[in-house]
Design a binder for this molecule. Sequence first.
Ligand code: SF4
Length: 330
Amino acid sequence: MSDTREKLVVTEKLRKYFPVSAGFMKKNYIQAVNDVSLHIYRGETLGLVGESGCGKTTFGRTLLQLYTPTAGKIIYGGKTIFDSENGIHENMLPYRRKMQLIFQDPSASLDPRMTVGEIVGEALDIHKLYPNKKDRADRINELLTRVGLNSEHANRFPHEFSGGQQQRVGIARALAVEPEFIVCDEPISALDVSIQSQVVNMLEDLQEQIGLTYLFIAHDLSVVRHISSRIGVMYLGCLVELAESYELCGHPIHPYSQTLLSAVPLTDPEKNRHRQRILLEGDIPSPLNPPSGCRFHTRCPYATDWCKEAMPELKEYSPGHYAACHMLDK
Ligand code: SF4
């Protein structure tokens, strides 16, 4: 059956390397994102998980071109906005209205010298929306109300708010320019557990009301499983598995995804007590000097000599279920 869903965002072999100096005349690179190819359907939430330092945040920022990609291709709404091979690098200003970001740390992402009204209104001014003063004020009030704040909050400064309220301001700022697509970069990891579900529920409600598309980045698989229709798993800059949420959580086929899932607590305490956790040995290797072949081979219990030599390709093993592992080819 052909897939008729619209792909709003597509990346092809998207790569982001950061140069670092390694002595006189020598340059080395942090290989933060390595040839990641995926697509995000309009109106869906694609979750992206992996350990700290796996490149998921860098991928989100490179996708928005807050970091200039080192190589690869980005297609947005059917138009190629970046293509290293053909020298395409579109002006991003018009796309900033369509593609927005919610930051991980709300307090660090809000300018402490600006009022909430100024913070939310700044994007309106940059894009020359609502030039009339009253319309602008009405729009700011509407946005604050939409995220559970009120018009009185517009005159206050970020330090007068709790973490959850600050994140609501960050969300109102992202919504100000009426985006279609939002990269949610660990939007709840800096919040109290009691507030996390409120923010997740609000993001889900906004998606339903406005028809937003999300890339939801997090390291907590239980949250990602709740909010995402599909989930991608990253390890050391590479996408190692991608599937529908229920499929990935029920039948992970990549050894790294299996490890991540074995660490997610189950709701049934009895089952939780008897389940077997897969423990990985060693730390995540440095992206400055990643292992040869499959980047997971230094920690994978199934690694063979071939894994040390050849990087596995991401392949589709069942409809919509992709993974990169030599073991699956046998
Ligand atoms: Fe493990 Fe080899 Fe598969 Fe990599 S390719 S995940 S090392 S079995």
